[in-house]
Design a protein around this ligand. Structure first.
Ligand code: DC
Length: 231
């Protein structure tokens, strides 16, 4: 019997804003010694760079031209991100970056460009990739897919906490902003946020980060033992 290894796996983790994907995905990758790729930070960095260049984020012609000249560097180990040599690692965490990313991510030209970058980064496996469409579009054949969800109230609380930790106490409207992001993510015509049919849904409303990570690791381990995944 061949040994079942975790190396080489593609693990997709999707879900809405504020659900805790980033923390969970980073911890899972660390535990399993896999590369961690945060695709949200790519939409965020590209949106900031396009905005810095004075672009209208809904002008498809301008975005097409922009994407054709963009060199996006994402360092999977450190999470550092550069657009045309300029670093956006700190900038991507801001509320403004989230808002701009939510707009630019509705544009097909941008999605096509970034999905290609993400496939290149994940090619060869050994990766935990986090986003909205990883299990449905970027890697529909991922070895294992998780979809994290939680109530609107708890996601608002987590996002508020995150923004406060980043030194920017969130305004009271953080809840309505999450609602607006959910609407954009779910209603956009291209790759809307939805759970892949073969994803494992984890409701994180009532459980903490460690428990979510534990649930994910147990499921991966069970599948490896059964020989469903792994080489
Ligand atoms: O996960 P996040 O909050 O960093 O994502 C920022 C925005 O980017 C969010 O509004 C949705 C979008 N996004 C996306 O459309 N597809 C992805 N794979 C990742 C993020």
């Amino acid at each position: 019997m061949r040994s079942k290894k975790v190396g080489g796996l593609v693990i997709a983790i999707d879900g809405p804003s504020g659900v805790g994907k980033t923390t969970v995905s980073g911890l899972v990758a660390k535990k399993l010694h896999l590369k961690y790729i945060n695709t949200g930070s790519m939409y965020r960095a590209l949106a900031l760079a396009a905005s810095d260049a004075g672009l209208d984020l809904e002008d498809d012609e301008a975005l097409k031209e922009f994407c054709s000249t963009v060199n996006l560097d994402y360092e999977a180990g450190s999470g550092r991100i550069f657009v045309n040599g300029r670093e956006y690692t700190d900038g991507v965490r801001s509320q403004k970056a989230g808002e701009l990313a939510s707009i630019i991510s509705t544009r097909k030209i941008v999605r096509d460009f970034l999905v290609e970058c993400q496939r290149t980064l994940g090619d060869g496996g050994s990766v935990v990739m986090e986003g909205r469409d990883i299990g449905t579009v970027v890697f529909p054949n991922a070895d294992i897919k998780f979809f994290l969800d939680a109530s609107h109230e708890i996601r608002t609380r987590r996002r508020h906490h995150e923004l406060a930790e980043a030194g920017k106490p969130a305004p009271a409207e953080v809840g309505s902003e999450i609602k607006e992001r959910d609407r954009r993510d779910m209603e956009r015509s291209i790759s809307p946020l939805k759970m892949a049919g073969d994803a494992i849904r984890i409701d994180t409303t009532e459980i903490g980060i460690e428990e979510v990570v534990e649930t994910i690791l147990k499921e991966i381990d069970a599948r490896l033992k059964r020989g469903d995944i792994g080489s």
